[in-house]
Write a protein that binds this ligand. Structure first.
Ligand code: HEM
Length: 407
C-alpha cells in the first residue's frame, strides 16, 4: 500500500490549477478519501466519469438525504427552513417537490424571458460602453442573472444587492463561530424578507413564480410553508451563483482560446444561435460553473473502483474531473464547440437532480456572451501577472471574484 496522498482542494493556488489537480486525482486516486474543508470529516472524492455518473444516478446507493444513510445533521430552525427543498430530498418527496416547481417554472415561462434578458444585457452593456473598462463580475455577470431570477420570482429589483449578501452566506462555508453567527443573522434577515413577500403575494397575486408557487398543486397537494421558503431560496441561489460563473468562465475561455473566440464572435455577429449555443454548452464541459456536485451520503456499504465506501460516509462527485475524463471525451482538455459528445457533460448534473434551470441558464449564457462580444469589439482581459483571475472561496463552484475587461 502506498502512503495515501493528500490533495489541496480549497485555496486560490488550487483554483489556479484545478484541472491539473483533478487530472492527477483521476489518474492516481480516482476514489479518494481525505478530510474535507474542516480538516476532520472524511470525504470520498470521485473523479472518473463513470463513477461520478453512477453517484448521480444510483439513488439506491447514494442520496442527498442524510436520513436515508442514518445520519442526522444538527440544523437550527432557520437552517431547516432554508434547506427544505428538492435538492435535499429523495424518492417520492423529491418527485413531489420537483413536480410542483416544474408546474410553475414552465418552458414557456423560460422562453418568454428572452426579450427581458436581451434588453437587460443591452442596457447593462450600453451603460458600460463609454467607460472603456469594467469589472465583468460586478458590472455584468452578476447583475444580469440576479435581475432575471428576481424578475421571474417577482422580487423588486431595488432589493437585489441584499440578495447577493444573503445568497453568498448560503454558499460560503462558515467555519469559525463568528462566521456562523454572521451567517445566522443573514439567514434570519432573509427569512423575514421572504415572509413579508409571501404575505403580499398571497394577498395580491401577480404573474410571477412566487404567486404561481403559492397556488401550484399536484395530486391535491401544495407546498408547505417551509417548502416554499426552501424552494425560493434554492431558486435564488441556484439561479445566479451559477450563471454568474457561466458568463465569467465562458469569457475567460474565449480569452484563452483565440480560435474559439474568432469563431464565436463571427457566430454572434451573424446571430447564429446554434453556434452560440454550441460554444456555451462546451464551455460548461470545459470549465463549468459547478465543479463538484453537492455531497451525497452512502445509503449502504458500496464498492466503487475497488474501494468500500461505508454507509453514512460523505461522497462528492467532481463534475469538472468527469467532464475531462479521456475515457469519455476525446482530447478532453481542448475546447471544441460542437464536439459530438458535447451534451454528455455532467456540468448540470444527471439523474433526478438534473438542473431544473438548465434551459434558463443556457438562454442567459447565450444572450450574455453573444451580446457582450457584439457590443464591445476588441475587448481584452487585464489579468494578474500569472494570468489567473482571483477565485472566490466557494469549494464546489468555479467562481471568479473579479475580471477586469477593457476595450
Ligand atoms: C450555468 C448555470 C447552472 C449550472 C451549471 C447549474 C448546475 C446544476 C447542477 C450541477 C445541479 C445538480 C447538483 C447535484 O446533483 O448535486 C443543479 C440542480 C439544480 N439547479 Fe442548476 N445550474 C445552473 C443554473 C440554474 C438556474 C438558472 C436555476 C433556476 C432558476 C437552477 C436551478 C436548479 C435546481 C432547482 C436544481 C435542483 C434540482 C433537483 O434537485 O431536482 N440552476 N444545477
Amino acid at each position: 500500500m502506498h502512503e495515501p496522498r493528500r490533495y489541496e482542494l480549497y485555496g486560490q493556488a488550487f483554483q489556479a490549477d484545478a484541472h491539473a489537480t483533478y487530472a492527477a486525482m483521476r489518474e492516481r486516486d480516482p476514489v479518494l478519501r481525505q478530510p474535507g474543508i474542516d480538516g476532520r470529516t472524511p470525504i470520498w472524492f470521485l473523479t472518473r466519469y463513470e463513477d461520478v455518473e453512477r453517484m448521480l444516478t444510483d439513488e439506491e446507493a447514494f442520496s442527498r438525504d442524510p436520513n436515508r444513510a442514518g445520519v442526522s445533521l444538527p440544523l437550527s430552525p432557520v437552517e431547516e427552513l432554508l434547506t427544505d427543498h428538492m435538492l435535499n430530498a429523495s424518492g417520492d418527496r423529491h418527485r413531489r417537490l420537483r413536480t410542483l416547481v416544474q408546474q410553475a417554472f414552465t418552458p414557456k415561462r423560460v422562453r418568454e424571458m428572452r426579450p427581458f434578458v436581451q434588453d437587460l444585457a443591452d442596457r447593462l452593456l450600453a451603460a458600460q460602453a463609454p467607460n472603456g473598462r469594467m469589472d465583468l463580475i460586478a458590472d455584468y455577470a452578476f447583475p444580469l442573472p440576479i435581475a432575471v431570477i428576481l424578475e421571474l420570482l417577482g422580487v423588486p429589483n431595488a432589493d437585489r444587492d441584499r440578495f447577493r449578501t444573503w445568497s453568498d452566506s448560503i454558499v460560503t462555508p462558515a467555519l469559525t463561530e463568528a462566521e456562523q453567527a454572521d451567517a445566522r443573522t443573514k439567514f434570519e434577515a432573509f427569512v423575514a424578507y421572504l415572509g413579508d413577500l409571501f404575505a403580499r403575494r398571497r394577498h395580491e397575486p401577480g404573474n410571477d413564480l412566487i404567486s404561481a408557487l403559492l397556488t401550484a398543486e399536484s395530486e391535491g397537494d401544495r407546498l408547505s410553508t417551509p417548502e416554499l421558503y426552501g424552494t425560493v431560496v434554492l431558486l435564488i441561489v441556484a439561479g445566479h451563483e451559477t450563471t454568474v460563473n457561466l458568463i465569467a468562465n465562458g469569457l475567460l475561455a474565449l480569452h484563452r482560446e483565440p480560435a474559439a473566440r474568432t469563431a464565436f464572435e463571427s457566430a454572434a455577429a451573424r446571430e447564429d444561435r446554434d453556434e452560440v449555443a454550441a460554444f456555451v454548452e462546451e464551455s460548461i464541459r470545459y470549465d463549468g460553473p459547478v465543479s463538484r456536485a453537492l455531497n451525497r451520503w452512502a445509503v449502504r456499504d458500496v464498492t466503487v473502483g475497488g474501494r468500500t465506501i461505508r454507509r453514512g460516509e460523505i461522497v462528492i462527485g467532481v463534475l469538472a474531473a468527469a467532464n475531462r475524463d479521456p475515457e469519455r471525451f476525446d482530447a478532453p482538455d481542448a475546447l471544441v464547440p460542437g464536439r459530438p459528445e458535447a451534451r454528455a457533460h455532467l456540468g448540470f448534473g444527471k439523474g433526478i437532480h438534473y438542473c431544473l434551470g438548465a434551459p434558463l441558464a443556457r438562454l442567459e449564457g447565450e444572450i450574455a456572451l453573444a451580446s457582450f462580444v457584439r457590443a464591445l469589439p476588441g475587448w481584452r482581459l487585464d489579468l494578474p501577472a500569472d494570468g489567473v483571475p482571483r477565485y472566490r472561496p466557494q469549494p464546489g463552484f468555479r467562481s471568479i471574484a473579479e475580471l477586469d475587461v477593457r476595450w
